[in-house]
Design a protein around this ligand. Structure first.
Ligand SMILES: Cc1cc2nc3c(=O)[nH]c(=O)nc-3n(C[C@H](O)[C@H](O)[C@H](O)COP(=O)(O)O)c2cc1C
Length: 304
């Protein structure tokens, strides 16, 4: 028996639930010689903004216990170069392509999505409402239900593809934000982005990141991600993509049981570039050992 790992999210058919998280896998081509990109369920690209961005000066990452802090500042090639230089490579792959987008105003989010819609060559949009490491835009949209609803509604007017709203954990009630995203027309929610954190060098007294604070990711945030996926699954009836601290197939199973249909792997790609391949294999082995035919059977099946 070969268990079936196929899933469907908002009408898009994935060969397995394992995707790579935005900002941790470049534009895909960086990993071409390390893993079989076509074996992935999906690739989420680095956040694209209107203009090309250099990001913050170094140091912009640092290690912490059970995780890392980053304040990259959304360094990226900008929408025009993305369309000209990155989409041609991505669209040749036999995996689902999700383009992650951020703007510094409602109009900017819409304009980037309009240009992508015209260019084509991808399957879904992921709207980054949750980056804690920029002064403008990013998290400002994802901590306010009204702004979340408006930005998703505005984008849905120019997009024919399903919209994933990527939510921030840095909020009072993530369930309220998820409801607002659905209200605006999001077909899917993905969560979580990083938690705001800070580390200080005790020899010099300076913060360890040039931006002072950064986003915490990695194994340290897994229990937060699981709890938030579970809470959101109780609040909205749209598919959830679970993110946060997944570095093994066991972690992936936990997210599926909590209610995630798909999962994204972030920080673990830096430590073990082929971790996604191991997770795909491990998920299959788990289902086989439990005599479960299809991954779909375990989604949301936590016993509470
Ligand atoms: C170095 C780094 C860069 C990131 N850049 C982005 C980004 O550009 N856009 C985005 O939506 N999330 C970004 N993230 C957040 C991840 O996509 C993910 O939501 C988060 O790291 C939690 O997952 P993890 O614990 O598996 O890393 C970044 C994370 C890291 C570590």
């Amino acid at each position: 028996m070969k268990p079936n790992l196929k899933i469907e999210i908002a009408g898009v058919k994935f060969k397995n639930p394992v995707m790579v998280a935005s900002g941790t896998f470049g534009y895909g081509e960086e990993f071409e010689n390390l893993i079989d990109l076509n074996a992935l369920g999906g690739i989420v690209t680095k956040t694209i903004t209107m203009e090309e961005r250099q990001g913050h000066p170094p140091p912009r990452t640092c290690e912490t216990a059970a995780g890392m802090l980053n304040a990259i500042g959304l360094a990226n090639v900008g929408i025009e170069r993305f369309i000209d230089e990155k989409i041609p490579f991505l669209k040749k792959l036999n995996t689902k392509i999700i383009v992650n987008v951020a703007g510094s105003s409602f109009d900017e989010y819409v304009e980037i999505c309009r240009r992508l819609e015209k260019a084509g060559g991808f399957d879904m949009l992921e709207i980054n409402l949750s980056c804690p490491n920029v002064d403008e835009g990013g998290m400002a949209f994802g901590v306010d239900p009204k702004a979340t609803e408006k930005v998703i509604r505005d984008i849905s007017k120019v997009s024919s593809r399903p919209i994933i709203a990527k939510l921030s954990p840095n909020v009072t009630s993530i369930a309220d934000i998820a409801r607002a995203a659905k209200g605006g027309g999001a077909a899917v929610v993905s969560l979580i982005n990083t938690l705001v954190g800070m580390a200080i060098d005790i020899e010099t007294g300076f913060p360890r990141l040039s931006y002072t604070t950064g986003g915490l990711s990695g194994p340290a945030i897994k229990p937060v991600g699981i709890a938030m996926v579970y809470k959101v699954s109780q609040a909205v009836d749209i598919p959830i993509i679970g993110i946060g601290g997944i570095s093994s197939w066991e972690d992936a199973v936990e997210y599926h049981l909590a209610g995630a249909t798909g999962i994204q792997i972030g920080t673990a790609n830096f430590i073990e570039p082929d971790v996604t391949m191991k997770i795909i294999k491990g998920l299959s082995g788990y289902l086989k050992s439990k005599k479960i035919n299809s991954l779909k059977e375990i989604i949301g099946k936590v016993r509470t």
